[in-house]
Design a protein around this ligand. Structure first.
Ligand SMILES: [Zn+2]
Length: 447
């Protein structure tokens, strides 16, 4: 057994313990007990004036795009720490729209070698984990990223990206996906499917994926209602999507029925009824409250990527106004570095707090348990409860923080650049911004 003492322990968004000890056995949370309940002469690791929190989840990212030449100017005032208002995000090229951004991404990434993609992925992985993630959701097409994640004792999900413009293509894609999932299954990585978006996936592939998802209980992750372009495409109106389709010679891909909104489009296909509970929809900024409610009533989850939404679309969901049922089904993602300034989940959370004032408890739930529930691993992680894996972070606290003001405690966490220590299944993997566990050390140097 191991004993970790800390001034405060946040076991979940609402439960804060003071002067207690986190007891870990076989990598799992055994108990949280008061200081004086520990037998004498027990070896206790004392973090001092610190707080232990559950590990965070990054619910939507594409780590392979980390080294792409950025298109957004980094406003230094907006990124770091205590003094930051963090609301000034700047698009370097005001004329660049969403489709230009996608095309710019495709044109850069397409010409990269496998080695360069792997290097970029590893750089992203380092940044994402050191910001406090003990679980990540990665979206990509390449199998070699799975091989990197397989050797790490991390909770990782890889959603294999798929695209299709015809029935014939859909058949090929689903066969390929089935094979990839079978061949790459491993205890450390859960593989799901990511039909890229409504406008890049033929309706027949959506149907195939729905059947497969139900049969094999496979999770599905898509970009949904992210842009006005998508809405226009669904209504057969001129749209930036046409530019993308033209580039890849996909002029024949049209909505199976026009005039539906993105949720209705998946609903009418039968997708939501069949496997809504397996679905995570990223962005959703073009949906009104009624459509969001419909989505979560089908038990789908939402990946909220606020900085990406602002940079690309100047728009966000307002979680201060949305009903609790929608908040509870939402987790936070950074998206890729190509539509963000960095991959820090902590910077993402600070940005949300500073620019929307969202309640701390809601915010912490979105960083932890909500995503764990969406990924169906809330029995293993997402909070520090008995029997769950001991995935936790340690933040050093400023001397002035006292529990009588819980909000000061939460704010102090958000003011940090990174957690001081990161533990996964009770093993320390990083300290002071460096990986300490052997299996992680290869990520210490920038690639
Ligand atoms: Zn994305």
């Amino acid at each position: 057994m191991k004993f970790y003492k800390s001034k405060y322990i946040i076991s979940s968004g609402e439960k804060i313990f003071e002067d207690c000890i986190l007891v870990v056995q076989d990598g799992k949370v055994f108990d949280i007990v008061r200081n004086d309940k520990v037998p004498e002469n027990t070896e206790v690791i004392d973090f001092g004036n610190a707080v232990i929190t559950p590990g965070f989840v990054n619910l939507h990212t594409h780590l392979q795009y980390t080294d792409l030449k950025p298109v957004f100017k980094h406003n230094l005032d907006s990124c770091h720490c205590e003094r930051s208002e963090a609301i000034h995000l700047i698009n370097d090229d005001p004329n660049m729209d969403f489709s230009d951004w996608i095309i710019s991404l495709m044109k850069q990434y397409f010409f990269w070698s496998e080695a360069k993609k792997i290097k970029s992925f590893k750089n992203g992985l380092r940044e994402a984990i050191l910001s406090g993630c003990t679980c990540i959701v990665q979206l990509s097409r390449e199998e070699y990223f799975i091989d990197i994640l397989k050797i790490l004792d991390l909770k990782s999900f890889v959603f294999l990206e798929t695209f299709s413009n015809s029935e014939e293509n859909s058949k090929k894609e689903i066969e390929k996906l089935k094979k990839q999932i079978k061949e790459n299954s491993s205890k450390n990585v859960i593989i799901g499917i990511s039909p890229h978006s409504i406008y890049n996936v033929h309706s027949s592939l959506w149907e195939e994926i729905a059947r497969f998802s139900v049969e094999e209980n496979i999770l599905v992750h898509t970009h949904l209602a992210e842009s006005q372009d998508e809405t226009n495409w669904l209504n057969n109106k001129p749209s930036g999507i046409d530019k993308i389709h033209k580039l890849v010679k996909w002029d024949n891909l049209k909505p199976y029925e026009s005039g539906l909104n993105p949720v209705e489009y998946l609903e009418k296909l039968g997708f939501l009824k069949l496997c809504g509970e397996n679905l995570t929809a990223a962005h959703c900024i073009e949906l009104d409250e009624k459509s969001l409610e419909k989505l979560v009533n089908y038990d789908a989850g939402i990946a909220y990527c606020p900085r990406s939404n602002i940079l690309l679309h100047k728009k966000n969901l307002d979680y201060n106004k949305l009903p609790q049922s929608i908040c509870e089904n939402t987790g936070i993602g950074t998206d890729s570095r190509f539509s963000n300034y960095d991959l820090s989940i902590l910077n993402e959370a600070r940005w949300i707090k500073n620019s929307t004032g969202l309640d701390f408890k809601k915010l912490l739930d979105m960083l932890t348990i909500n995503s764990a529930r969406i990924l169906k691993i809330d029995d293993k992680t997402g909070s520090l409860e008995k029997g769950k894996d001991a995935d936790f972070l340690v933040f050093n606290l400023s001397p002035s923080v006292i529990l009588s003001k819980a909000k000061d405690l939460y704010q102090d966490i958000l003011n940090k650049e990174k957690p001081e220590e990161i533990y996964i299944k009770g093993t320390q993997i990083a300290k002071s911004g460096k990986f300490t566990a052997e299996q992680w050390k290869f990520l210490n140097e920038p690639q």
